[in-house]
Ligand binder design. Structure first.
Ligand code: F6R
Length: 604
């Protein structure tokens, strides 16, 4: 987790760092800090809480200078407070360091350094890095840093400044994202390509075990053995995402962007010939698919699993949350494909699984929103989501595109393997083409959802119910409500309620049922009748709003457009996204930055 940034140029570095940290705040917001180097001296300021606390502090006590590194933290080792905030500065004040990642052998190194008399001021793993640098220092910062990184076990993206080396930022990467670049007399390092100014035009995405020396007008790239490397540049996309464009918050904006995101995803999948790029003989030989992801991405994976069971009956499918997948015996052979799903492409739990599968000799495909991410880099194949940048911590438009792109892949695979006919395939494609418009229609019922939310935001407990694909969407709706509004919420397969959970249903509870498969109307009615009898209020989200039974059983009926039942998740999830948004808004929650969470979870 955490975001790091560094700047060298002619501007006041603290202004640039604060602006950059604001764009990185989605990566964590437990504390923020800055180290500025000026005339051979490094000064540090750090503050617990949001970037604005640091910004206000700097207004009172400015740190002047043209070279700085900054950090926004999501706490792992050590409480979120000033002492544990980055940057860390050595006791000789020669080096300052910002770190994203986890140093696994920090206790070992700490003990060793403490026995040499080194004093520590925090409870973090990261602090060992700066003391190690000063301990190993031989006057040559490059040689010192290269020596230090070899001693560190675990994952890191590091930004380092050295008091005696003016106008220079050092950057080193193993397993955590790090981007560097320079243009127009300004040099940058950063955790996220989209937090860099467009003026850079092109940047270098560091590979593992790479080290960069960034100045105003140059970037040098080395491996960890100190060998100079050629630089591969990536163009910065013209995507603008620091602007709310009049929306109240990013979550609102990103929900409204779903139709455009779907249109882009469909267009890119077809024009980029994403499926054609995968080895056909291998796809025909497949016998097993593993699906791995976390949170919202996992829910998209569970939806894909249902489609694979239906459209690819001769393929065994196994989906698992990434944090568990790696601890189970994994079947990987030449007839197995492991699919990772991720918005960021940097989620450590998922990335570790993808690497594990590759190390076992298995092939991997990633369905991902960030083309420059580690998952895309390391996967054998990738399918891009093209959802556009997601800033709100709660994932919305990425989920809709994950479902869509996964479905398109499954339909292509089914056609290739002959488990669906060309006519069936063409019909599914027509249904896919209609999705952006139907998504817009689902967004257009937001007024009813707002009214429902304003009435019910004080509820203590909510249950999402569904069967089949609707159950997958129920899981996603439930996660979103918990995450943004802090209301206890569970998702249940409707038929499973009576096997225990029904005991929790009582008067003040709300049950929200998803019902997009007409064949399930009677069965769902029975489940809802059980809930009703126990006094809960009921909302039904369905295209079958005219059904008498549903009118009779529900207190709130949200009509969504009719979509092919196997594609329903792409659209039916929208009211659930809006429910969490409006309930959180009515409760006065910080919608884009829910407590205890961060957008990109780059620790296991
Ligand atoms: C929920 C949410 C998280 C992420 C999860 C995986 O709204 O955003 O559950 O889906 O942390 O993140 P990615 O997709 O970046 O791998």
């Amino acid at each position: 987790m955490c975001g790091i940034i560094g700047y060298v140029g002619d501007k006041q570095a603290s202004d640039v760092i604060i602006a950059g940290l604001k764009l990185l705040e989605y990566r964590g917001y437990d504390s923020a800090g800055i180290a500025v180097s000026n005339k051979g001296k490094i000064k540090v300021a750090k503050k617990e809480g949001r970037i604005v606390n640091l910004e206000n502090h700097l207004k009172e006590e400015p740190l002047l200078g043209n070279l700085a590194i900054g950090h926004t933290r999501w706490a792992t080792h050590g409480k979120p407070n000033d002492a544990n905030a980055h940057p860390f500065i050595g006791n000789k004040r020669k080096y300052a360091v910002v770190h994203n990642g986890i140093i696994e052998n920090y206790l070992e190194i700490k003990e060793e350094l403490m026995s040499e008399g080194v004093k520590f001021s925090s409870k973090t793993d990261s602090e060992v890095i700066v003391h190690l640098l000063e301990y190993l220092d031989n006057g040559d910062p490059i040689a010192t840093i290269l020596k230090a990184v070899k001693k560190l076990k675990g994952a890191f993206a590091l930004g380092i400044i050295h008091a005696e080396t003016p106008n220079t930022i050092f950057a080193a990467k193993r397993d955590n994202p790090l981007i560097v670049g320079c243009a127009g007399g300004e040099g940058y390092i950063c955790s996220d390509i989209n937090s860099l100014p467009q003026s850079l035009k092109k940047v270098i995405v560091l590979d593992n075990k790479q080290f960069a020396v960034v100045k105003k007008n140059s970037v040098e790239l080395y491996n960890f053995l100190g060998k100079p490397l050629d630089k591969n540049y990536v163009e910065l996309s013209p995507e603008e995402w620091g602007d709310l464009k009049g929306y109240e918050c990013y979550m609102d904006k990103e929900i409204c962007e779903i139709p455009d995101a779907l249109t882009r995803a469909i267009k890119n999948y077809r024009e980029n010939k994403s499926f054609e790029k995968i080895d056909k003989d291998y796809l025909k030989s497949l016998r097993r698919i593993n699906i791995v992801g976390c949170g919202t991405a996992l829910h998209a994976g569970l939806y894909g699993e249902k489609l694979i069971k239906k459209y690819l009956p001769d393929i065994d499918v196994y989906s698992e949350m990434a944090s568990e997948f790696r601890y189970n015996p994994v079947k990987v052979d030449e007839k197995t494909l492991t699919i990772t799903i991720s918005q960021s492409g940097e989620t450590a739990d998922t990335l570790v699984c993808q690497k594990m599968v590759s190390e076992l000799g298995g092939k991997t495909l990633t369905i991902c929103n960030v083309p420059t991410s580690s998952m895309v880099y390391y996967a054998d194949y990738n399918l891009q989501l093209c959802a556009g940048k997601e800033v709100a911590v709660a994932s919305t438009k990425a989920y809709n595109t994950q479902d869509l792109v996964f479905a398109m892949f499954i339909f292509d695979l089914a056609l290739l393997r002959g488990s669906i006919s060309q006519a069936e395939y063409d019909n599914l494609m027509k249904e896919i083409d209609a999705l952006p418009k139907k998504a817009q229609e689902a967004i257009d019922v937001r007024g009813e959802i707002e009214a429902f939310s304003n009435k019910n935001f004080r509820k203590k407990s909510v249950f999402y119910l569904g069967r089949g694909i609707d159950y997958c969407v129920a899981m996603e709706g439930s996660l979103k409500l918990k995450e943004i509004s802090y209301i206890h919420c569970e998702a249940y397969a409707a038929g499973e309620l009576k096997h225990g959970t029904l005991a929790l249903i009582e008067k003040d509870v709300i049950a929200i049922a998803l019902l997009t498969d007409y064949d399930m109307v009677d069965k769902m009615y029975s489940s809802l009748a059980e809930v009703r009898t126990r006094g809960a209020s009921i909302m039904v989200i369905t295209p079958f709003a005219d059904e008498m039974k549903l009118k009779e059983i529900s207190d709130y009926l949200i009509e969504i457009p009719k979509v092919h039942k196997d594609l329903s998740a792409v659209v039916s999830v929208i009211p659930t996204q809006l429910i969490s948004y409006y309930i959180a808004r009515a409760k006065g929650c910080d919608i884009d930055k829910p407590r205890n969470l961060a957008k990109s979870v780059t620790v296991e």
